[in-house]
Design a protein around this ligand. Sequence first.
Ligand code: NI
Length: 194
Amino acid sequence: MLPLYGQKILDGASKKWLNESKKQGETIMQYRRSCTPGGTYFFTVVTHERRPWLQEPLGIQTLGHAMRQVREQRPFENLAMVLMPDHLHCIWRLPADDADFSTRWMLIKQAVTHRLRGRIGVQHLWQNRFWEHTLRDDRDVAQHTHYIHFNPVKHGHVAHVRDWPHSTFHRYVKNGVYPPDWGTAPGVLAGVRE
Ligand code: NI
């Protein structure tokens, strides 16, 4: 059996994750002041056979490490993200004139597989493909951000958005974007995969 998270308990990996998210929040503020934004994309990435290894602290930690590592060479802004046990959703903004999210995901998945294979009881970690949906404007980005943050409630893991530790929701609360008790279900979004 995989260990279950206590809903309000933050382990070391989650704290690291949230600290990283906080740092990124500062980067995003700077980014919004620049005048040449690149493309913004919503992604759904699913584990192999929907195995719930993304609820393992080691899995969460390793994914965070891989994303930071890849981002050093190939920058992207992680605008919003949520980790579910068997999939993740996130929104990336890429630099101007760079739409190569496929290589970034390939490198991230490879790095995680390299570090974790055999260590968490499964050999294959990722579904081969991922779903991408291009976000057209600020409203689109906002709606998908709400979608991401509401996802743990939508999937029935927690009753309140604030109770799911593995998302950028907490960073948004700190930045004053959401009230701490936010939990409004977004409307149906076209092109979104679970
Ligand atoms: Ni989902």
